[in-house]
Design a protein around this ligand. Structure first.
Ligand code: ADP
Length: 492
């Protein structure tokens, strides 16, 4: 069994492989032991040694057993099934978040039907194929193979004790085998994890049993069904393949869907935090300026300064609410564009003129166009305006000084709009990500520039909905050019 991620243990999870960086390092120095492997040496080395000894005895026992071809084929089939199950663990939702290998079912069935030696060899091969295929560190491969060999031997021994040739005896044998397999597996895994972390064994074992008991019970019942069917005919047992694969795929699908929901939930929390902050900042400024105007007799110049604060911050609030409304419309599919013929030049000139009214000192804003002037575009005027507003406002917001150039030009049946600034620029590695919802280069506002991370997401969605494309070219320290292209309107 591969145990849930919430439990700090499991074939796939113990100390050797938890952190990806560490796993990579381990695989490049596979013969060396890292600190946690050294700490757990007292557990994993004896387990590996006992497993190796058990394996040798099991192979010798199988060799002297003179297995017929039917038994040989049956064991080979169970090994193949256990290997596949080990290679594709199933995430079990609702029990605990994590993944569980269904290999236990086939190994327990093998132990009940073909005895301890077959189960030990099958467990070893299934684990060795998968772990070596994944290029795991030597210590880990040795321990995990040892666990499966010992668990297989225990399962075979338990099953043999309770079988009397009847169907009931077979079922009881399978249950006993499952319990034995589970106990050996979980005890050894708990031992290695607690040893490597230096924590107490009994409470850790109790915790792991609580987390893994339900998937174990499900697998034990499946093992009983498999054994009973197999006893009738291995061909009939094949009917289990369909439901098992379907259940595994369904569980994976549920797990992915729930992960998406969890990610979305996290984004929502983040969104609420960002929006509350972004709402509070301008509101505080407006409130402060209004109070100052109300309570103090100010000279005309200071009055004008206070009124300017109020209008600038009110505009910021209105942009923020606009962004939120756009995102809500986009996410609920209510932002379908109404495409008409739009004259791009007057529309861009409007946006540029409106921005000039509140352009900070040190910045200049120009609108230029290639010759001949661009043709009409097939676009939704409101959406096109919103994209230009967002890009130009960003250029203003992120540049302290310099020139901002808005350019319109023709490009093979399309019209290109670009906004170039001489601001801080955007590192190449982040250039894709800035179009994601809520993504900000400076989320903690160390540069003092606020924002929700929604503007470029809205631009990308709106441009996409008008059959266009948007991108950025930028050199950190020199500036950025945001550009998008829309199709030229067809001649009527
Ligand atoms: P917001 O500006 O509200 O944070 P946007 O989606 O408009 O959200 O932009 C996302 C991020 O992209 C910004 O936080 C900023 O880091 C970066 N960015 C956008 N435009 C520019 C620009 N012109 N220059 C530098 N960085 C920019």
């Amino acid at each position: 069994m591969r145990h849930p991620a919430t439990a700090p243990m499991g074939h796939n999870q113990h100390v050797w492989s938890r952190a990806p960086a560490r796993a990579r390092a381990a695989s490049s120095h596979r013969a060396h032991l890292d600190a946690s492997s050294r700490a757990a040496l007292g557990v994993w080395a004896p387990v590996a040694f006992a497993g190796a000894a058990g394996l040798v005895v099991a192979v010798a026992s199988l060799a002297t057993d003179n297995l017929g071809w039917r038994d040989g084929a049956g064991i080979a089939l169970l090994i193949a099934a256990a290997t596949l199950a080990e290679a594709f663990p199933v995430p079990i939702e609702g029990v605990a978040v994590g993944s569980t290998s269904l290999a236990t079912i086939f190994l327990v069935a093998g132990a009940t039907i073909y005895g301890w030696a077959a189960a030990a060899v099958a467990g070893f091969l299934a684990m060795a194929f998968v772990e070596l295929g994944r290029r795991r560190p030597v210590s880990r491969v040795a321990f995990n193979c040892g666990v499966y060999v010992l668990a297989g031997i225990a399962a075979g021994g338990a099953a043999a004790g309770s079988q009397d040739g009847s169907l009931l005896g077979l079922a009881v044998g399978a249950i006993a085998a499952a319990v034995a397999f589970y106990l050996v597996d979980i005890t050894l895994l708990a031992a290695v994890v607690t040893r490597s972390r230096g924590v107490a064994f009994p409470p850790a074992l109790r915790n792991y049993v609580q987390l893994t008991f339900v998937p174990f019970a499900v697998m034990a019942s499946l093992a009983v069904i498999l054994v009973v069917l197999w006893d009738r005919s291995p061909f009939v047992a094949l009917t289990l393949v369909g439901p098992l694969v379907a259940t595994a795929l369904y569980q994976r699908w549920i797990h992915r869907a729930l992960n998406r929901l969890r990610a979305f939930d996290r984004l929502k929390d983040e969104f609420i935090a960002i929006v509350s902050h972004e709402l509070r900042t301008p509101l505080t400024s407006v409130y402060g300026a209004a109070m100052t105007l109300e309570r103090h007799a100010l000279d005309p110049e200071r009055q004008r300064a206070m009124l300017e604060i109020i209008s600038t911050e009110a505009a910021r609030l209105s942009r923020l609410l606009d962004d939120i409304l756009w995102v809500s419309r986009l996410d609920s599919g209510r932002a379908r564009p109404f495409i008409t013929r739009v004259e791009p030049l007057p529309l861009a000139a409007d946006v540029v003129d409106a921005t000039r009214t509140h352009l900070p000192h040190g910045l200049s804003l120009d609108l230029v166009h290639d010759d001949p002037a661009p043709l009409e575009v097939a676009a939704d005027a409101d959406k096109l305006r919103q994209v230009l507003v967002n890009l130009i406002e960003n250029a203003v917001k992120y540049s302290d000084e310099g020139r901002i150039e808005v350019r319109l030009g023709r490009r093979d049946g399309r019209v290109r709009f670009s906004v170039r600034d001489q601001g801080p620029g955007i590192p190449a590695i982040q250039q894709e990500r800035i179009f994601e919802k809520f993504f900000r280069l400076d989320p903690n506002m160390t540069q003092g520039v606020g924002g929700t991370g929604l503007g470029l997401y809205i631009c990308r969605e709106l441009v996409g909905s008008m059959h266009g494309e948007i991108w950025v070219e930028s050199i950190p320290g020199e500036g950025s050019t945001f550009a998008f292209e829309l199709p030229v309107a067809q001649t009527p």
